[in-house]
Design a protein around this ligand. Structure first.
Ligand code: SF4
Length: 504
């Protein structure tokens, strides 16, 4: 089998084995770093920041299920202020991302995160990544059961586990027991979704979803998994991928390609052989309408007298000082916890009824509102060329500007239209599931290459999950807001009563 460069590097030295080198480089400096180790740094959540010649890094820190304690939030913010020029981005996998870190900062960052039970280990690399969940797991009155223990058990099972530290590519897991698909199951390599078998509630297993240049929807293996069986099945799926996944070409190595070739039936057969157990066929997936995983406003929790409050972080970018302020109000009015969402927003949970009014009066809540405008409140962006070496175009400021323009142009727009932007085909901004998606490209104008975007419409998850389709190609960046304005205007003029953008 012809192995690609990354596969060879992994065989020479496992990604997890780069830790002692990171500590050494922290002493010796940026210039001492072996080029192969830059790739292995990803196993510790570390990416080279753009441009690669500068000695700066990005780091993702995992937040399994988006569940952040007060102590953790404070440490994340303090590290952002001390080392990351005060920037803290919330990602579409409920993680946080720092920028401007230097190699000598890493030991202290690792130590301080570890002191509060956090880690960047396996936030990137060919491993099981941050496990996502419903951002309101354990709180949501609609969920069938609480998945929080399973999310943490999966995190512990794979963390620094050499059995699974050399997968063919990244592996993304979503675990949720809510019927609204708040964990975006269809676009994960493996998703556990709620199901019923008679009176029993458990999971259905979906495999082979993923975005990137060739998006695939995950397929249902149509087996009923009891809650106590879930961890073993998850490990089994990862084992099947590790042992049978493709390793020749990086762009053909995700489990989605194996599932597409095998089909759900063969994958299930190999999974059961691998685990040595046969699972009950059938059961019924429990699924209601998808709401895009937006949870703005004040919502009653399943715990009597408590509420969660969903707030908008435009394109997921805040400062460390803002995070500290969220931590302060969460402690004053709730129990101190925060939740990050896969739509790059934040939730303050566990707020007693009596504290809601006072919480909503806090200046930070006026700024990062519980009732955002239609477009800014539903805009998602990847990192883009501000920091990302793969990016073709700038994304965050562009998307914020477009959303603000649309909110000003359509001030009374009721139903949300979800806008997503990617700076390259990798889809960290998940543009394929957007109502209106923008994919960065370059176009020549007056002899110079400038930012442009392919515009796609009609994506979404839930019962009628589908990826969006391209409708306009390579629109120059300074024109794209007008292209979207035309699309939105056409929709507002032509839609029938109550027709959503997706149905249009
Ligand atoms: Fe970078 Fe591309 Fe991911 Fe955006 S989608 S953060 S440009 S790799």
């Amino acid at each position: 089998m012809a192995l690609n460069k990354e596969e060879q590097l992994k065989l020479e030295k496992d990604g997890l084995d780069v830790l002692h080198d990171i500590h050494r480089y922290a002493q010796e400096g940026f210039e001492a770093i072996d080029p192969g180790d830059f790739i292995r740094f990803k196993w510790y959540g570390i990416y080279q920041q753009k441009p690669k010649t500068d000695p700066y890094f990005m780091m993702r820190v995992k937040i399994p299920g988006g569940m952040l304690t007060n102590e953790q939030a404070v440490v994340v913010a303090e590290l952002g202020n001390k080392f990351g020029r005060g920037l803290v981005d919330v990602t579409t996998r409920q993680a946080i991302q720092y920028h401007w870190l230097q190699i000598q900062d890493m030991p202290e960052i690792f130590d301080r995160l570890a002191q509060v039970g956090m880690s960047p280990i396996q936030a990137c690399g060919d491993v099981v990544r941050n496990v996502i969940s419903s951002p309101v797991a354990g709180l949501d009155a609609k969920e069938l059961f609480d998945v929080r223990d399973l999310v943490q058990a999966v995190e512990q099972k794979f963390l620094s586990n050499k059995e699974y530290s050399n997968l063919p590519r990244k592996f993304k897991i979503s675990i949720a027991a809510d019927p609204r698909d708040l964990g975006h199951p269809e676009i994960n390599d493996l998703a556990l979704v709620p199901a019923r078998l008679g009176d029993e509630v458990g999971y259905h297993i979906l495999v082979g979803g993923g975005l990137s240049a060739k998006p695939h929807m995950a397929q249902n293996l149509n087996i009923f998994i009891r809650q106590e069986e879930a961890l073993q099945v998850i490990e089994g799926v990862v084992k099947v991928y590790r042992d049978h996944g493709y390793r020749e070409k990086r762009n053909h190595a995700r489990v989605k390609y194996l599932v597409a070739d095998w089909g759900a039936e063969k994958f299930r057969e190999v999974l059961e052989e691998t685990i040595g157990k046969t699972y009950t066929r059938g059961g019924e997936r429990v699924q209601e309408d998808w709401n895009g995983a937006y949870l703005y406003g004040v919502h009653k929790q399943k715990q009597e007298g408590l509420n969660f409050v969903g707030l908008s972080l435009p394109v997921g970018r805040i400062t460390a000082d803002i995070l500290l302020e969220f931590a302060r109000v969460a402690k004053k009015y709730g129990n101190g916890d925060l939740r990050t969402t896969n739509t790059q927003n934040i939730i303050i949970p566990n707020v007693p009824d009596a504290n809601i009014d006072a919480l909503l009066q806090e200046p930070i809540i006026a700024q990062f509102t519980a009732s955002p405008k239609a477009f800014v409140g539903h805009a998602v962006s990847c990192t883009g060329n501000e920091f990302c070496n793969l990016a073709l175009v700038e994304t965050k400021e562009r998307m914020k500007g477009i959303a603000e323009f649309l909110d000003a142009t359509f001030p009374d727009f009721g139903a949300p239209i979800r806008l997503h932007v990617n700076g390259c085909p990798n889809q960290c901004g998940q543009q394929a599931i957007a109502d209106i998606g923008l994919a960065g490209a370059l176009v020549r104008r007056d002899g110079k290459m400038i930012d442009a975007f392919d515009v796609s419409i009609g994506g979404g998850l839930g019962k009628d999950a589908q990826f969006n389709r391209k409708v306009v190609l390579k629109v120059p960046g300074d024109q794209v807001q007008y292209t979207i304005e035309s699309i939105v205007r056409y929709y507002t003029e032509q839609r029938t009563e109550g027709e959503s953008f997706r149905e249009f």
